[in-house]
Design a protein around this ligand. Structure first.
Ligand code: CFM
Length: 541
């Protein structure tokens, strides 16, 4: 059996070790993305820049961020992927976002794949006609509420005008048809796809239905919650119990139809800041709807977010109901923490997930006394690390300039000045809006922060720090487990979940008990560790 409590190496030594093996130019670049944290004087992290070719990134592409992440979870829209069939891997449920249509015959196209299946001849002679045909065919077969189209890399390269095709089809079919120029290469990661999706939903969908009328006394939108493993279902129950009406959810368990009157909300709650802050900002400008950041991962974070929501509306009854909910749920949470915490306390975690979860899940680990040694995002921006205060100082490079910034102005008819008055009143009392502080203030001094981690860096930190658990995705899972370290997938939850809210927190504690309260992983050695083998290495400079 191996010693599982090896000493924690000084991170600067580890950083040097990592960089030493890179060619000089690459080391110079990576150095800026590997930083030693100091919560009192947060250092700058290089983020949202191009990945070094060949380094083996965790990242996905722009199209994945637009289609898979933002639009994927909406159920009443036929999402057509315009491109070769290989790209249509992302046309289907790759992300475990669940949905619950109100009745069995309500539209739900989430389980379908729609692709134009471009062939060589379409690349040579153009694919617009094929796209028009596909839109028509989808309409005739399914009569969906709306249809959207996603461009993949070859479409951008050959110059098909998907937007012209969408406009024509919108006219012909009489439903909303809109397209996304989200070719995989558009940006440096999924993040560009989020922005492109936000822009188009904002310009072509939100506000289409001008007046829906009040649906409840306290109306909210939930933003950046994608219902992975049923997380949104948990939160919907809480909102209902508090007396808050959910107008639209961007985009877990959602419909495009509901986005059309999302401007009716009195407040936008932002869960995943990275993927959805653009719409929240634009809705505030155009309609006057304030937003603040929430986090429903972790029992304490959930309580804090629900309290803030109740405080925003300031309604006595809602505040009472919220307190009752928190008290009831916290009693259950505490009982499980008391049992699980002594078994896992002091264990050490590493988290590498897209743009939010590497931060949010530190809350859950913290509740169990598990320390985060190293964390990083695949595609977060500097504000997700260092907080929104750095936004004005972020350099806009050519890659970011490539993504359109919409010019938004106040709507004459739909702007709600009373919300702005409410907002400034609350601000006077110290209530915070636009308030994402980022990951680093919540991490300990000398913890490591690594943006867009490479395969080599992953192996090195595991080897040198020997964490007890590693959180990432399916691409990393088996590599990490071969090191004798259990991996918890935080994208798909490994078919578990929900992990949001109080009941989600309990699910996660129990999962950590299963994964961490036994040392079985540490007892396994890969066969090649005990048998002789031939090894070699190569350095390129
Ligand atoms: Fe936001 Fe997400 Fe995430 Fe994200 Fe994603 Fe995801 Fe993620 Mo996978 S929107 S940034 S692009 S919280 S799919 S639901 S788990 S990488 S950390």
């Amino acid at each position: 059996m191996k010693n599982i409590k090896t000493e924690l190496p000084d991170p600067s030594v580890l950083k040097e070790e990592i960089l030493k093996r890179y060619p000089r130019k690459i080391a110079k670049k990576r150095e800026k993305s590997i930083v030693i944290n100091d919560p009192d004087a947060i250092p700058e992290v290089q983020a949202n820049v191009r990945t070094i070719p060949g380094i083996i990134t965790q990242r996905g592409c722009t199209y994945a961020g637009c289609k898979g992440v933002i639009l994927g979870p909406s159920r009443d829209v036929v999402n057509i992927v315009h491109g070769p069939i290989g790209c249509s891997f992302y046309a289907w449920l790759t992300r475990r976002n669940q949905t619950q249509p109100p009745t069995p015959d309500s539209p739900n196209f989430i389980t379908y794949c729609f692709s134009t299946d471009m062939q060589d001849s379409n690349i040579v002679f153009g694919g617009e006609q094929k796209l028009r045909k596909a839109i028509r065919e989808a309409y005739e077969l399914f009569h969906p509420y709306s249809i959207s189209v996603f461009s993949t890399c070859p479409v951008g390269l050959i110059g098909d005008d998907i937007h012209a095709a969408c406009r024509e089809m919108k006219e012909e079919l009489g439903i909303n048809v809109f397209g996304f120029s989200c070719e995989g290469y558009r940006g440096v990661s999924q993040s560009a796809g989020h922005h492109i999706a936000n822009n188009k939903i904002f310009s072509d969908v939100v506000g289409r239905e001008e007046t829906k009328g009040r649906m409840g006394k306290f109306q909210i939108n939930m933003m950046g919650e994608y219902n992975i493993g049923g997380d949104a279902f948990v939160l919907e129950k809480y909102f209902e119990e508090m007396g808050a009406t959910l107008v639209a959810s961007f985009s877990g368990n959602s419909t495009i139809e509901s986005y059309e009157y999302a401007q009716e909300a009195d407040l936008n709650l932002v869960m995943c800041h990275r993927s959805i802050n653009y719409i929240a900002e634009m809705m505030e400008k155009k309609y006057g709807i304030p937003w603040f950041k929430v986090n429903f991962i972790g029992a304490n974070a959930s309580a804090k977010s629900l309290r803030k929501l109740a405080e925003y509306f300031g309604d006595k009854e809602m505040i009472e109901k919220t307190e009752m909910l928190i008290e009831r749920e916290m009693a259950k949470v505490k009982a499980v923490i008391e049992r699980v915490r002594p078994k896992v306390e002091g264990k050490r975690a590493m988290l590498f997930v897209g743009g939010s979860r590497a931060h949010h899940y530190q809350e859950l680990f913290g509740e169990l006394g598990i320390e985060t040694l190293v964390a990083g995002y695949e595609f977060g921006h500097r504000d997700d690390y260092e907080g929104r205060r750095v936004i004005p100082s972020i350099k806009v490079d050519a890659d970011s300039r490539n993504i359109e910034e919409l010019q938004v102005s106040q709507s004459d008819r739909l702007f709600k000045p009373e919300l702005l008055t409410k907002k400034s009143g609350l601000e006077g009392k110290g209530f915070k809006f636009h308030d994402y502080e980022g990951m680093m203030p919540d991490m300990k001094k000398n913890s490591l922060v690594i943006d867009d981690i490479s395969h080599w860096e992953t192996e090195k930190i595991i080897e040198m720090m020997k964490p007890d658990i590693f959180c990432a995705g399916i691409k990393e899972k088996y590599v990490v487990q071969k090191h004798g370290i259990p991996l918890k997938q935080l994208h798909s939850y490994d078919y578990g979940g929900p992990y949001a809210g109080f009941e989600g927190a309990i699910n996660f504690y129990l999962e950590m008990e299963r994964m961490l309260a036994c040392d079985i992983w540490k007892m396994i050695d890969a066969p090649w560790k005990n048998e002789p083998s031939i090894m070699g290495s190569m350095v390129y400079e």
